[in-house]
Design a protein around this ligand. Structure first.
Ligand code: PLP
Length: 445
């Protein structure tokens, strides 16, 4: 291997062994050959392994214990077949838009299994949430509470609301902070106290509890539990101040998944033990506790398959031009990261090859940003060969700017029990005109 290799071999190996025990004949997802999937369904394609989704959920459930209910954050992967797999394995759902409520109900979730977060819920979002009688709407501002209350009056419903706390200190050890200091997310503690009094006085909504979500890619178990401890302490203070019972606490998500060389692993066992101790100390047998996880449940379960279109040399580098790229997998092209590093990428015909040379991988978009790796060590690849971006089950398609250059969207495939199922059709060229209206006046010019 050349010295420029950026691929963390041990991380790559770990991801490969999650996917299958045997990749000797080429990459496998479960027991199914990735090359066969590409042949049957075409590329680019996202492929998800139901067994890994279930395994990830089981690991979290075992670590956190029976008092904690686990919600799947659909924003990480709003594919209804993925969500359904997790529902059947015991997860609830956390949604962030009317569209995600729609997906969750197609995935079979009952309203009482769903919680609704997000700082900018509009009238349409709230109406659907109220009509579906969600377990709670996690309210993030005073204006949002007023919008929930007025929609509830109009519909003659009595929705349950929780309030999202913006904790005074953000979550240490998390890569993207969504709490602490002045933030668009959540409410300061003093505002929550006033709103809970208002909910009681107005009696339009039911007060359910509290929510916190402080950041994603958190690798520091102790810091994560400290944040949860802060919510438990605030719940006690709120009950003292208002006399209202806090029925549920949602501690958020953000469990870190190693994606790059040097990433640590989250100590899930330690997090689980500390959280269970915290809940035992809270001594509230009737209270419900939740976590809402996206990446930790789905990331390792997915691969993005793309085919090499062209191979060319330029100024000392060998470039592979792929049929997929940042318009389908923005995160793998570095969008959202401060430092650009390649995701774990393998050649489908030889994912564990030892004889390699450096390739620079770019997608079809007319921007230098559409690059998945520079001088990445891969075995000999010619046009027609397949490469797979591992750890792509979360924040893949959902996080991507699919409109750019009007290429069709990729298909999505779920592997379960040794069979591959198409769970989202690929887009079509004609989709580039979907919903567009060409004016009929002035057309002669
Ligand atoms: C409110 C909320 N809940 C849950 C999640 C899921 O986070 P993660 O995928 O890091 O677990 C997010 C991610 O942004 C979020 O904003």
């Amino acid at each position: 291997m050349s010295e420029e290799s950026l691929l963390p071999v041990s991380l790559k190996q770990a991801l490969l062994s999650e996917l299958s025990a045997d990749h000797s004949g080429g990459l496998r997802v479960g027991s199914v050959s990735a090359a066969q999937i590409a042949q049957d369904f075409g590329t680019p394609a996202y492929v998800y392994d139901a067994a890994i989704l279930r395994r990830n959920l089981e690991r979290v459930a075992a670590a956190l214990g029976p008092r904690v209910s686990i919600l799947f954050a659909l924003k990480a992967n709003p594919n209804a077949a993925v969500a359904r797999t997790l529902r059947l394995a015991g997860a609830g759902a956390e949604v962030a838009s009317a569209g995600e409520i729609h997906v969750a109900s197609h995935a079979g979730f009952d309203g009482q299994q769903i919680q609704f977060a997000g700082p900018g819920k509009d009238e349409r979002d709230l109406e659907l949430a109220i009509r579906h009688r969600l377990y709670c709407i996690n309210v993030e501002s005073e204006g949002e509470y007023e919008a929930v209350a007025s929609t509830a009056r109009r519909l003659g419903e009595r929705p349950a609301v929780s309030f999202r706390l913006n904790p005074k200190d953000g979550l240490c050890g998390s890569r993207m902070h969504m709490g602490g200091g002045s933030k668009k997310f959540g409410l300061d503690a003093t505002a929550i106290v006033q709103l809970v009094r208002r909910v009681k006085a107005e009696n339009v909504c039911e007060f359910r509890g509290l929510h916190v979500y402080a950041g994603t890619q958190s690798f520091d178990a102790a810091a994560w539990v400290d944040n949860a401890r802060g919510l438990v302490a605030f719940a006690a203070e709120l009950e003292r101040e208002t006399g209202q019972t806090v029925h549920s606490l949602d501690f958020g998500g953000g469990f870190g998944v190693p994606l790059f060389d040097g990433d640590k692993s989250l100590d899930l066992a330690m997090l689980g033990e500390s959280l269970q101790a915290l809940i035992a100390q809270d001594a509230r047998p009737e209270r419900r506790y939740f976590v809402e996880l996206g990446r930790y449940l789905a990331a390792t379960a997915g691969v993005y398959l793309t085919r090499v279109l062209y191979k060319k040399e330029s100024a000392g580098r060998t470039h592979l031009i792929l049929d997929g790229g940042m318009h389908h997998h923005a995160a793998a092209a570095g969008v959202g990261s401060v430092i650009r590093r390649p995701y774990p990428i393998v050649a489908v015909h030889a994912p564990q090859a030892e004889v390699t040379s450096p390739y620079t991988l770019g997608g079809p978009l007319c921007t230098p940003a559409d690059e998945l790796a520079v001088n990445l060590e891969l075995p000999e690849l010619q046009p027609g060969a397949l490469v797979a971006v591992l750890a792509s089950g979360a924040y893949g398609l959902t996080f991507s700017n699919v409109m750019f250059l009007s290429h069709p969207t990729p298909c999505e495939v779920l592997v379960d029990d040794g069979a591959a199922h198409l769970v989202r059709e690929a887009g079509r060229v004609e989709d580039s005109m979907r919903g567009q209206i060409v004016p009929m006046t002035g057309m002669s010019r």
